[in-house]
Design a protein around this ligand. Structure first.
Ligand SMILES: Cc1cc2nc3c(=O)[nH]c(=O)nc-3n(C[C@H](O)[C@H](O)[C@H](O)COP(=O)(O)O)c2cc1C
Length: 342
């Protein structure tokens, strides 16, 4: 629901009169607890922020409900989320209000230029969440952890629709929360958006692909088709993200065994960071793929992008909107994943 632009806030007056108003909102976290925040901003209003009916209602009855919904003529795509919680109005100068406004400004570009000094903020906490959807198969994705884990899929063909840079930034930030050896985060993400650079990268990698396909003894025609397909994937996807290993901050050991273990730990953790990245992209309503191609020509990729010293490209993640739902590979039943021993 964080992606939704508007919610409907229900409050009740001292006399028991219900009121529903549309509002822009964001979700913030404090001490591990989520809060919904909405600023009483400078959109035209007939009374001052403090005299708004919703503010007076919250003073009388702090219990509120925020509903966020999606309507479509295809009723299999209907869904709503209801948050029941306790609201309070934060003084505009308080640190909590300023932090809330910063998050709202990240979500809504309109707030970045709006004067919000001393603007009070409605904060809803102690939330209970109720959600309903007619079907889980539409674009606005269920955002509970299990649905995101199972819903993420490797997409290999993309629509030309652009991806907001905030979506990619959020996914990289999610990557940063992955476990890593000594917490050193031994990876960086290179983001390639321009069509020209994507085409240039595809062209640069094509020589390696060509060479490898020929080594496999593939038929000339098949080589040409597969080459075109791989190039197309890089050109089609509106954003390419190249996770790079960065070993400079890792521990240095006198013996090669431990040094190699340190490097392997970094490689393990880049996988965890990539998975966080892909889950975040999926939860934001977009899709990603995972191409291992840079592993086979890291110097070509680094040289083509002009990457800083020490960055070793390990994968290539095309990001965008899926052109079609990909076929999913079946998963083993859980018992098959549990190692057996005597
Ligand atoms: C290390 C790694 C490398 C991969 N390389 C490629 C690749 O080069 N091309 C590709 O189409 N998919 C690649 N994949 C994606 C897998 O094929 C995909 O995850 C798998 O088929 C399961 O499908 P799903 O991701 O849709 O669940 C890679 C995945 C991993 C983890």
């Amino acid at each position: 629901m964080q992606r939704h632009r508007v919610g409907r806030l229900a409050t009740v007056s001292a006399a028991g009169q219900p009121l529903v108003v549309p509002c822009c909102f964001a979700v913030v976290e404090r001490d591990g607890e989520p809060f919904v925040v909405s600023v009483l901003d400078a959109k035209p209003k007939s009374v001052s922020a403090r005299d708004l009916a919703r503010v007076r209602n919250i003073a009388a009855h702090p219990a509120v409900c925020l509903t966020v919904d999606d309507y479509a003529e295809d009723w299999s795509r209907l869904r709503f989320v209801q948050l029941h919680g306790t609201a309070r109005v934060l003084d505009g100068e308080s640190g909590e209000a300023l932090a809330a406004i910063a998050v709202l400004r990240e979500k809504y570009p309109q707030y970045r230029t709006m004067e919000l000094d001393e603007a009070p903020v409605i904060e809803i906490g102690q939330m209970r969440v109720f959600s309903w959807s007619a079907s889980g198969s539409w674009e606005g994705r269920p955002d509970d952890l299990d649905s995101v884990i199972r819903g993420r899929r490797s997409v290999r063909s993309f629509l030309p629709d652009s991806v907001p840079s905030v979506v990619v930034r959020r996914a990289i930030e999610a990557g940063g929360w992955a476990p890593s050896p000594h917490g050193r985060q031994p990876w960086r993400f290179a983001v390639v958006e321009s069509a020209e650079r994507r085409a240039g990268l595809a062209e640069a990698m094509a020589a390696t692909w060509d060479e490898q396909l020929r080594l496999d003894g593939q038929d000339e025609n098949i080589v040409r088709i597969r080459l075109e397909k791989s190039k197309q994937r890089l050109i089609e996807a509106p954003v390419l993200v190249i996770p790079c290993l960065y070993l400079a901050d890792l521990d240095v050991y006198p013996d090669p065994n431990r040094q190699e273990a340190e490097r392997i730990m970094a490689i393990q953790s880049i996988g965890a960071a990539i998975q966080n990245f892909l889950l975040s992209i999926y939860a934001s309503g977009f899709d990603g793929g995972w191409m291992c191609a840079p592993l086979f020509c890291p110097e070509v990729v680094a040289g083509n992008l002009g990457l800083a010293e020490g960055l070793i490209p390990h994968a290539l993640l095309p990001v965008g909107k899926a052109a079609k739902d990909p076929a999913r590979r079946p998963r083993m039943p859980v018992d098959g994943l549990i190692a057996q021993w005597e």
